[in-house]
Ligand binder design. Structure first.
Ligand SMILES: Cc1cc2nc3c(=O)[nH]c(=O)nc-3n(C[C@H](O)[C@H](O)[C@H](O)COP(=O)(O)OP(=O)(O)OC[C@H]3O[C@@H](n4cnc5c(N)ncnc54)[C@H](O)[C@@H]3O)c2cc1C
Length: 268
């Protein structure tokens, strides 16, 4: 076994976490640890210090106010799945959270950790993009369109901490995914949201990063039915090809998942 030492501190407040992070730019925030700890175990990350924010009550909340649902960064997937406010305002988001990983992952993993990590197969980025969410940090507010900058990369700067995510309530929303049976991560997941301003479609799992499908958005804006997207193909050129699925297969899955997401949105 390769020896590995690091400091561990449990932050007592958001401002304490900010101060600690500013003092040691090599430190990493620890939220649910569902990505960071396995990554450290594999020695793919070796921060000199961990700042544990998982118990910060001030970042763990779900608030419904008017047409906005606001979720604190350390809110666990399981809490989002079970929340009456989320089920009432954005049932597709509760449905999505209830299908992340397994019960242990949902009991520990947080929405802020998932968005900050921006795994190309994570579920929340598709929801944030389709729902036109705003990611609020200790420094600023970032629209989802500007937040996800590439595979495992975001607009977050050094020392910046996600504090909450604001989701405008859509008129309708749906999310379906086709999972890799081993990892349970989506090989293609599609979130569809219809609002007064149009339709947004967010795709995860299929490509090197989360993306929108404008041709589907235009088709659904005219006619919000599964048939409207049934013949809208996604170009396979930029999609992932690996031992689990070819790019062509993933492209096909995106269209099928989009159809099912619209069916779900209409049934909700
Ligand atoms: C077996 C397994 C199956 C999984 N299946 C799925 C799945 O199907 N779908 C899915 O979407 N995910 C899945 N996950 C990932 C899971 O959802 C994680 O919870 C999530 O990716 C990371 O959240 P976390 O709170 O655990 O973050 P951590 O692992 O603690 O942190 C991840 C990264 O985010 C940073 N970070 C954490 N919080 C903040 C913050 N507030 N501000 C700024 N940076 C922050 C950390 O420093 C670290 O770099 C799975 C994980 C496992 C172990």
């Amino acid at each position: 076994m390769i020896p590995y030492n690091f400091e561990y501190t449990r932050a007592k407040s958001l401002s304490e976490a900010q101060t600690m992070l500013a003092k040691n730019p090599d430190a990493k925030l620890l939220a649910g640890g569902q990505t960071l700890i396995p990554t450290m175990k594999m020695r793919l990350a070796n921060p000199s210090a961990l700042i544990d924010i998982s118990n910060l009550e001030e970042l763990s909340f779900i608030r419904a106010s008017g047409d906005t649902l606001t979720i604190g960064a350390t809110t666990k997937h399981g809490m989002i799945a079970a929340s009456a406010d989320v089920k009432r305002m954005i049932p597709a988001l509760a449905h999505m959270a209830s299908h992340i990983g397994d019960p242990a992952v949902r009991a520990m993993g947080t929405i802020g950790g998932s968005l900050a990590n921006n795994d190309p197969a994570a579920d929340y980025p598709a929801a944030a993009l389709a729902l036109n969410a705003t990611i609020k940090t200790t420094n600023r507010e970032i629209k989802a369109d500007d937040f996800f900058t590439g595979m495992f990369s975001t607009a977050l700067e050094d020392g910046e901490i996600i504090t909450e995510i604001a989701f405008p309530k859509p008129d309708r929303g749906g999310y379906t995914k086709f999972c890799n049976p081993a990892s349970r991560y989506p090989m293609a997941g599609v979130f569809v949201a219809q609002t007064k301003n149009g339709v947004r479609v967010g795709v995860t799992g299929a490509g090197p990063g989360v993306f929108r499908v404008e041709a589907m958005e235009a088709a659904l804006a005219k006619n919000f039915t599964p048939d409207a997207v049934a013949n809208v193909a996604v170009a396979s050129g930029d999609l992932n090809s690996d031992i689990h699925a070819t790019a062509e297969y993933r492209a096909h899955l995106v269209t099928v998942m989009a159809k099912r997401a619209v069916e779900q949105a209409l049934a909700a």
